[in-house]
Structures are given as structure tokens and as C-alpha cells.
Ligand binder design. Structure first.
Ligand SMILES: Cc1cc2nc3c(=O)[nH]c(=O)nc-3n(C[C@H](O)[C@H](O)[C@H](O)COP(=O)(O)OP(=O)(O)OC[C@H]3O[C@@H](n4cnc5c(N)ncnc54)[C@H](O)[C@@H]3O)c2cc1C
Length: 376
């Protein structure tokens, strides 16, 4: 698919002038870029990675095909689901059972967690007698809800692989230029726009720039102001575990709150492209690497981690004792988050630069719907 894209990382094109440039090719940036390009803007998308899609990418997992790199879930919002299903022509399925939090023997489905969070936030505004904020929160924030009837949490049938393929298809069908494996480190405001620079001496010129909360730009120079960005680094580590067993009880996506190493588990057997033998299961598990390193157990890091994860799944009665392991693979995905006060400082510079709120994909889409619906 990458072969179809208009690559612009050739030196002589460095000062090609763009109307709008996006740092990163995550889903929300890709949609916004395609909509602007369709409206006639000359758009460039830059990404330090070789693949489009940001955190929503798939990797090869042994001979089990391409599967998503990390445990993923879509928060609940019907409007955002409808938009993504139509815009990307995605086959969405309802995750069953509904995703839940687990702590010891306690399970809390996402709906109820949402209700509790809404209660907690409402109580906070009430305590501050901040009725205006309370009203705005309850009316406008997609997470503010008290679901009485359980909601269907939708997700692409092929997981992040489908979303990534849809992004590639949209961009290939557009006039968007891309510069992949290119890391922008510095943004300089100049008279009629912005210059973007890499440490390797590449530069691009654009009228407008869109970053996201994960854009790892080092410095933004605006008139006499110079913003040195502070980033929170997160190194997501996941294990794909294939067992020749069926799970004893179904799980779609679990947020684990009772373990110092494991933080997420998802059963992604349904995402397999290639039919594997009956009775196999593919489990994706998110772990805190630093805690794993503290384990003083014999064996290679991956063996130790796999053993720890399988024990957890057995102890939680998801797997029968001594399950037969078919395959295990570890992967890492580094991401960064810009501190909120710096996001506000950048958005306060002027309209030619903005940082989109994207840390939650579905809520990020929800907050952009009005813009997109007026432009499409
Ligand atoms: C492993 C993982 C699991 C996640 N799971 C979920 C989930 O289940 N549900 C959910 O809603 N959200 C999840 N997220 C949060 C995720 O960040 C958002 O869903 C969404 O992808 C954010 O969009 P984005 O475009 O800001 O960032 P990303 O999707 O991370 O894309 C940003 C892209 O920009 C590139 N980039 C950054 N800085 C530069 C630069 N200076 N120059 C060039 N390229 C640059 C990055 O390499 C990356 O490819 C997860 C994130 C990760 C990393």
C-alpha cells in the first residue's frame, strides 16, 4: 500500500509549500488531513515511523498473521462509532462480554465505571458550586453518562489492522503528500507560515500545522517565545500469547487493577486473518516492563514474562492448569505525551498551529465531529 503514497522526503522538494502539515499519522490526524485535502488544501503528513496509523498499527505475529501491537479498546460513543464505520467503511463488532475492570474477585464493567466517574466528577463540581462547569460536563463530555441499559462497545473486526488499512486506503486515494521515517524536532514561526526541521537537516514549509498530544517535537520558536516541550515518555510493552486452549471464560478486554506487572488483557482470537486450528486462542497482554525486570526468576526475560502471564490467567480461571503454549512474542511501542499546560500554551500562540486532543481515540473523534461534519 505504501507504494501508492506520494512520498516527499526528497531534498529538492524540501521547501515545497504546504497549506497544512500534520505531525503524526494517527487516526484523528489522518481523518482531519483527508478532509482538508478534499476541501482543496495542499496537505503534508509527516511520521517518524515507517507505517501509517500511529498507535493503531498491526505487526506480524509469527505465522498468525498481522495483529494489533497493543491492547486496544474503543470507549463508548455512538456518534463516533457511526462516523468511523461510515468514513472508513469498517466492519465493527460488539465486544462480548462488555470490557471490564478486574480487581481480585471484583469485576466492574466499563459502563458502571463510566457511571461512577461521572458521579465523582459531578460531585467535585457540586462541591465547588461550579454549576456552569457541571452543566457543560454533563451536556458535552462523551464520558459523562449513567448507562442503565448496557451499551455495545464496538471495535473493528480485524482490530487496529483494519483501522490502519482504512487509513492507508484513504491517504493513498487523496492528494496528501507523506514524509515517513522523518522526525520533526523544531518548528520555527516565520512571516507567512512555519518552517519544520529535522535533526538530519530536512526542512519543510507550511502555512498551518497540526500536532497531537503525542507529537514528540522538541522546540517551538514563535517570535521572541521559545517553547521547549516537556514529554512524558511511555514505553508500552505487550506480549502476544498463543495457547492451544480455549479460554475457560470469555473476555474481550480487561483492565487489570490487581497486579503490579499486568495492566491489560485482551482476547484477540476473533481478529485472526488466517483461520488457525480449532481450540487455539490468541491473548494480548500489556505489562509494565520495569516491574517485570524486578522478577528474580530463572530464564530469559520473555520466558519469565510468559510464565508470569500464563500463571495469572490460570489463577484467574481464564486458562486451565498447564495450558499448552503454542507461541509468544513481545513488542514495544514508545509514545510520548505533551504536558497539558504546554498544549494550552501552544494553542494560545495563534490559529496557524493547533494541538488536537487525541489520547482517547473515540472521544478525540467525538470532539472533532462538528468540524468534520461542517467541512464534508
Ligand atoms: C500501545 C498503545 C495502546 C493504546 N490503546 C488505546 C486504546 O485502547 N484506546 C484509545 O482510545 N487510545 C489508546 N491509545 C492512545 C492513542 O494514543 C490514541 O488512541 C491515539 O492513537 C492518539 O492519536 P495520535 O495521533 O495523537 O497518536 P498516535 O496514534 O500515537 O500517532 C502519533 C504518530 O506520530 C508520530 N510522531 C510523534 N512525534 C513525531 C515527530 N516529532 N515527527 C514525526 N512523527 C512523529 C509517532 O511516531 C506516531 O506514529 C493507545 C496508545 C498506545 C501507544
Amino acid at each position: 500500500m505504501l507504494a501508492d503514497l506520494r512520498l516527499v522526503s526528497l531534498p529538492l522538494r524540501q521547501m515545497e509549500k504546504f497549506d497544512h502539515t500534520y505531525i503524526g499519522t494517527g487516526p484523528i490526524s489522518a481523518i482531519d488531513a483527508c478532509i482538508k485535502s478534499k476541501a482543496g488544501a495542499k496537505v503534508l503528513m509527516v511520521d517518524e515511523k515507517a507505517q501509517l496509523g500511529g498507535a493503531w498499527v498491526a505487526i506480524n505475529v509469527g505465522h498468525y498473521g498481522r495483529l494489533e501491537i497493543g491492547c486496544h479498546i474503543w470507549s463508548y460513543n455512538k456518534e463516533a462509532y457511526d462516523f468511523l464505520q461510515t468514513y472508513f467503511d469498517l466492519d465493527l463488532i460488539a465486544l462480548a462480554p462488555q470490557p471490564f475492570f478486574i480487581k481480585g474477585k471484583t469485576r466492574l464493567i466499563y459502563d458502571h465505571k463510566n457511571g461512577l466517574t461521572t458521579l465523582k466528577n459531578s460531585a467535585r463540581y457540586l462541591k465547588q458550586f461550579n454549576f456552569k462547569k457541571l452543566g457543560a460536563y454533563l451536556r458535552h463530555h462523551p464520558a459523562a453518562r449513567f448507562p442503565l441499559i448496557p451499551k455495545k462497545y464496538l471495535y473493528p473486526k480485524g482490530g487496529a489492522r483494519d483501522l490502519q488499512a482504512a487509513i492507508e486506503k484513504k491517504i493513498a486515494a487523496s492528494d496528501i503528500a507523506t514524509a515517513m521515517q522523518t522526525k520533526i524536532t523544531t518548528l520555527n514561526k516565520v512571516d507567512n507560515g512555519w518552517e519544520l526541521h529535522t535533526d538530519e537537516g530536512e526542512s519543510y514549509f507550511t502555512q498551518n500545522i497540526t500536532l497531537t498530544t503525542t507529537s514528540a517535537v522538541r522546540e517551538i520558536n514563535y517570535q521572541e517565545k521559545s517553547i521547549q516541550l516537556r514529554h512524558r515518555y511511555l514505553n508500552y510493552t505487550h506480549f502476544h500469547i498463543v495457547v492451544k486452549d480455549e479460554l475457560l471464560k470469555p473476555c474481550s478486554y480487561i483492565r487489570v487493577l490487581d497486579d503490579k506487572i499486568i495492566h491489560r488483557i485482551s482476547d484477540i482470537t476473533y481478529q485472526l486473518e488466517t483461520k488457525i486450528d480449532e481450540g487455539y486462542s490468541v491473548i494480548l497482554v500489556g505489562v509494565f516492563d520495569a516491574e517485570l525486570d524486578k522478577l528474580e526468576v530463572e530464564g530469559s526475560e520473555d520466558e519469565v514474562a510468559t510464565k508470569y502471564i500464563v500463571n495469572y490467567l490460570v489463577n484467574k480461571d481464564f486458562l486451565a492448569k498447564n495450558p499448552s503454549l503454542a507461541y509468544t512474542q513481545k513488542n514495544k511501542f514508545e509514545t510520548t505525551y505533551i504536558a497539558q499546560e504546554q498544549v494550552d500554551a501552544i494553542n494560545a500562540l495563534d490559529e496557524s498551529i493547533n494541538v488536537m486532543a487525541t489520547t482517547d481515540l473515540i472521544y478525540g473523534v467525538y470532539f472533532k465531529l462538528k468540524d468534520w461534519e461542517t467541512t464534508t
